[in-house]
Design a protein. Structure first.
Length: 250
């Protein structure tokens, strides 16, 4: 289902794979050359691996450089493609995300370039995350009737005795549909914490993913699969009043 306006704060699609030797040095690849047309602002940072090890005198900490992360930003700065030695990702911030069909078009473009220059790798995890920060200017901070699924609201308010003032109430659901997992973090995060809740804000943070062996040719279908589950969980989590506020696109 499409909406005219959403409460999305962030959308991230990430595809993990075994580390590629060609990405271990800070040398620009042809992938970046392909990206420049849509993502012209390019920067690179060292990818680091943090280590904890025992040595004389106790526990020591260190880090190693294990390649380079190249970040490609679109002109508006709110859409980013990241290529690291062991993952490929696309991220949207705020209103930059339009709808899944637009995301699919961007993903098809970057996957075609990736395959041309690095081959048909096997992905070990494909994850799609939608972070919804539902903020309303009017109404009581704890009133989510006809907006959020009553079951979620009940768990958020559970244990709140009369006379107590809530400061934060966050919860997590981990579940599976076939081989796809969903991690749903939900509740009242309260940007003014540790002060009592004063703003009407509810978090729905959905991370759907498939892990194991995913052949390159299956990647786009698996992305559609994880998105379908994310949409189903989101629709189950909200009520008609919120749909009307967002504006359903027919």
């Amino acid at each position: 289902m499409h909406y005219q306006n959403t409460f999305l704060k962030q959308v991230i699609l990430r595809l993990d794979f075994a580390r590629l030797p060609s990405l271990l040095t800070d040398q620009e690849t042809l992938f970046t050359a392909d990206m420049r047309g849509r993502y012209p602002d390019v920067s690179s940072n060292p990818a680091t691996l943090f280590k904890v090890f025992m040595a004389q005198g106790g526990v020591n900490f260190g880090q190693d450089t294990v390649g380079w992360v190249r970040i490609h930003k679109a002109p508006e700065g709110a859409r980013t493609v990241t290529l690291a030695p062991d993952f490929l990702a696309i991220e949207y911030a705020g209103r930059a995300y339009q709808h899944f069909d637009e995301l699919r078009a961007q993903v098809a473009f970057m996957l075609a370039s990736f395959r041309n220059h690095f081959g048909a790798v096997i992905f070990t995890r494909i994850g799609l995350r939608y972070v919804n920060e539902i903020t309303l200017a009017e109404g009581s901070p704890l009133d989510w009737d006809n907006l959020i699924n009553p079951g979620l609201v009940t768990s958020v308010k559970a244990g709140l005795l009369a006379g107590l003032r809530m400061a934060r109430s966050l919860h997590q659901l981990v579940a599976m549909r076939d081989d796809i997992s969903v991690l749903l973090n939900y509740g009242i995060n309260n940007p003014d914490y540790p002060n009592p809740v004063a703003r009407r804000q509810f978090i729905l943070d959905l991370d759907c993913y498939v892990s194991g062996v995913v052949e390159f040719a299956e990647a786009e279908q698996r992305i559609r699969d994880v998105n379908r589950l994310a949409e189903d969980v989101f629709e189950h989590s909200i009520e008609q009043g919120l749909r009307e506020k967002m504006g359903i696109v027919q």
